[in-house]
Design a protein around this ligand. Structure first.
Ligand code: DSN
Length: 419
């Protein structure tokens, strides 16, 4: 039986993506091969446990799938251990807490409203409720304030420090962060969800060798399916023996946190799709892709700054721009709506020290990963910047926004979604 209701909705969403410009920095377009793995019979299979140690029969092929995904992740990032089972980024981060700290322990992370993530210690998230969460932030200039962070670490002595962001346009100084964590022997956790594709491409420094554990979603700049990786170094131990919390035991601690700690059966179709994406990311073309993402973001930053837009930190080193719209007299929510009507999908976002509330903050995030996947380069970024500016000026004027949308739709015909 064909489910015509769902089929129509999938078709409508596909058209929305194809005829619009997806500029949410955490989104991307996967390849047809990734989609094929996601839509496979692997979704039918239960396989709680790890390859060679399952609680179910019939795992001979999903074992191979998971081993391929693990080996590809290890080789691509240069680590000795990879767990590929976390259902997505938040469960991956939860597993890290579960593995390394106890409820009530002091943990630290970048505040959400300064570009961090909910799971890095937001008060209404499990990470802020179950732990004594201390939050660091950026300076007035939008850059991470390493000195203030170091002082806060000295004062509060966290056992674990999350570093990573959802709205930070600059690079992380991993060596400096390691030395800050070492002042209280804290575990340093690098959540590179937004930038893992850039790390692989050599367009952002790698935290390997500095962070104790690295987490990343697989669906952002890495351009895979929704999912996550947890990466570390160390020696896996006999799974039946108990292990102490130590850096040497990180692989065992992480694996046990995922199962039996937090999750049940792995999503094998997702694991296969991650393996496909990791192979794609190991190709020379992916390095070019990652570098082009950054070139495109820098070009868009220049175009918008030349039109008088204020960018947090005055530019970007990565895949995203955080635009403070205060001086333009438009709010983040108004901008998101106007751009949406013009066929450009973005999301409203707080800016550092935002006087406004998160549901209608002062800024928007703009990202180039999805547009770069479709083949847009610096020349096209000029045009995209023009449309963004026209649309923001045309806020509330349906006819003008519809006219921009017509231009966007026509433009996208030359930049199809990946086959
Ligand atoms: N929701 C993701 C983002 O948009 O950045 C973070 O989890």
């Amino acid at each position: 039986m064909i489910d015509d209701e769902i089929e129509a909705l999938i078709a409508a969403e596909t058209t929305r993506q194809a005829e619009g410009l997806e500029m949410i920095p955490s989104e991307n377009h996967t390849s047809g091969e990734v989609l094929k793995a996601l839509g496979s019979r692997l979704t039918d299979k239960y396989s709680e446990g790890y390859p060679g140690m399952r609680y179910y029969g019939g795992c001979e092929f999903v074992d191979k799938v998971e081993n391929l995904a693990r080996d590809r992740a290890k080789s691509l990032f240069g680590v000795s251990h990879a767990n590929v089972q976390a259902y997505s980024g938040s469960p991956a981060n939860m597993a890290v807490y579960y593995a390394l700290v106890d409820p009530g322990d002091t943990v630290m992370g970048l505040a959400l409203y300064f570009g961090g993530h909910m799971t890095h210690g937001l008060k209404v998230n499990f990470s802020g409720k179950w732990f004594n969460s201390v939050q660091y932030q950026t300076g007035r200039d939008g850059y991470l304030d390493y000195d203030a962070m170091a002082a806060l670490v000295q004062e509060t002595k966290p056992k674990l420090i999350f570093v990573g962001a959802t709205a930070y346009p600059r690079i992380f100084d991993w060596a400096k962060l390691r030395s800050i964590a070492d002042t209280c022997d804290a575990y340093l956790i690098a959540d590179i969800s937004h930038i893992s594709g850039l790390v692989i491409a050599g367009a952002h420094p790698s935290p390997v060798g500095f962070a104790d554990v690295i987490t990343t979603t697989t669906h952002k700049t890495l351009r895979g399916p929704r999912g996550a990786l947890i990466l570390c170094n160390g020696n896996p131990s006999n799974p039946l023996k108990s292990v102490e919390r130590s850096r040497e035991n990180l692989p065992t601690l992480i694996d046990r946190a995922i199962i039996p700690g937090l999750q049940g059966g792995p999503h094998n179709h997702q694991t296969a799709a991650i393996a496909v994406a990791l192979r794609e990311a190991s190709q020379p073309a992916f390095k070019e892709y990652g570098k082009q993402i950054v070139k495109n973001a820098k070009k868009l930053a220049d175009v918008l700054m030349n039109k008088g837009y204020q960018l947090v930190t005055g530019g970007t080193d990565n895949h995203l721009l955080l635009v403070d719209l205060t001086s333009k007299g438009i709010t983040g929510a108004e901008a998101e709506k106007a751009l949406g009507e013009a066929g450009i999908t973005v999301n409203k976002n707080t800016v550092p020290f935002d006087p406004r509330k998160p549901f209608d903050p002062s800024g928007i995030r703009l990202g180039t990963p999805a547009l770069t996947t479709r083949g847009l380069k610096e020349t096209e970024m000029q045009q995209v910047g023009e449309w963004i500016d026209y649309a923001l000026q045309a806020k509330g004027q349906s006819a003008k926004l519809a006219a921009i949308r017509d231009e966007v739709v026509a433009f996208t015909k030359d930049y199809p979604l990946p086959a």
